[in-house]
Design a protein around this ligand. Structure first.
Ligand code: M6R
Length: 369
């Protein structure tokens, strides 16, 4: 039930702190990850993995893209992320050393289910990240790590997305311990960052009115671009997807480094561009590059809405609007930066008088191929 909220989506956006904390609940113990559901995957097996292939669709695939950066950095194992429908039909190279991780909120997405079945037939071991107890995909997998986001009713995925990233990060840290790629102190530090996310999400949610106002001013916008780099790149893609599906506005997400390879030609005076700015405390170089991108598009008349960490003053001279997120280690920023983008799409759809819970032409779970 909506319980007093104007929409399920509004409710689910607000439930994101709990979606993350419930997903972590009982899985962190004294600086260590404990995932009893993975008991079947012994340490020897996890050490022997040569490659991880993540399969998912839509928002779940973007959660996989975020996790790729973290798992590769922590566990030093190559991760590829593939859309389930592309994976299934391209004769992928799979063997017993490949771990296939599927991500699905519903656990019923036909494209992902077929890909999981195919991977098993090819001899790969499969883990499912799923939000729905007893759904088909977990039943067809060797093991399941449930996200505990609670039922997600709105067609647009929000709280399941942050819970998926949290579950994948737990898995990545577990893998890093087993494979010996992170020491105990580093592991404990990353886990502390993860556990701090729910409180930081609460802070981000306090800006809901400000983002709503921005969306109302922009209700007549015909096209919006989103730029991000590193873990901000999948967030740019997710911001664009949300805007397409909820507000029926043309939206594109790009890797910021790709601008000069084509997309900058799209910039004309008045073009709104959201830019996810990485923290200057991570890679100063990366931060500087994204700030330069902002200068380049601003010089061509773009209207820049920056999502930047609190205190980052470098964006101020060039951005028309700055939405702030609390300080977090670089890999944890996407969990926070996505929220203003979800709210923006939801509020813009509402400003246009659209049904945010049930956008046209879409189903909550896509059970046909
Ligand atoms: O249930 P699933 O996570 O497998 O669904 C995957 C996509 O269909 C889903 O994330 C879709 O992209 C959402 N409507 C996005 O908000």
């Amino acid at each position: 039930e909506k319980g007093g909220w104007s929409s399920f989506m509004r409710k689910e956006v607000s439930e994101q702190p709990e979606a993350v904390s419930n997903t972590l609940l009982g899985r962190v113990d004294e600086g260590r990850v404990v995932i009893p559901e993975l008991a079947d995957f012994g340490d020897d097996e996890l050490r022997a993995i040569r490659r991880i292939t993540v399969i998912a669709c839509g928002t779940a695939a973007y959660a996989g893209m975020v996790a790729k950066y973290a798992i590769e950095q922590w566990a030093r194992v190559p991760v590829e992320v593939e859309l389930s429908h592309e994976f299934r039909y391209r004769d992928p190279v799979l063997d017993a050393d490949t771990l296939v991780v599927s991500i699905s909120q519903s656990g019923e997405t036909m494209d992902t289910l077929m890909a999981v079945k195919y991977a098993r037939e090819m001899g790969a071991r499969t883990i499912s990240i799923c939000n729905t107890q007893g759904a088909t995909i977990p039943r067809e997998s060797d093991a399941v790590v449930y996200t505990h986001a609670g039922p997600e009713v709105a067609v647009a995925s929000t709280k399941a997305f942050v819970a998926q990233i949290a579950a994948l990060y737990l898995f990545g840290l577990h893998l890093a311990r087993v494979r010996g790629t992170l020491g105990p102190d580093e592991l404990a530090a990353q886990l502390a960052e993860l556990q701090a996310v729910p409180e930081k999400l609460r802070t981000v949610l306090e800006q809901i009115d400000r983002v709503g106002q921005l969306a109302h001013w922009m209700a007549d916008t015909r096209s919006v671009l989103f730029l991000g780099r590193h873990v901000g790149y999948p967030i740019a893609l997710e911001g664009a997807l949300k805007l397409k599906e909820l507000a029926y506005i043309h939206a594109e997400g790009f890797a910021a480094g790709e601008l000069k390879h084509g997309p900058i030609a799209l910039i004309e005076p008045g073009q709104p561009v959201f830019v996810v700015v990485p923290s200057p405390r991570g890679s100063a170089n990366l931060h500087q590059k994204v700030v330069s991108n902002i200068q380049e598009i601003r010089a061509r008349g773009a209207r820049v809405i920056a999502i930047a960490e609190a205190g980052d003053a470098a964006v101020l001279p060039f951005a028309d609007e700055v939405l702030r997120i609390p300080l977090a280690a670089p890999l944890f920023e996407p969990l926070l930066a996505v929220v203003p983008l979800q709210i923006f799409a939801m509020e813009l759809a509402q400003a246009k008088g659209l049904d945010v819970d049930q956008p046209r032409n879409l189903a909550k779970s896509v059970t046909v191929e």
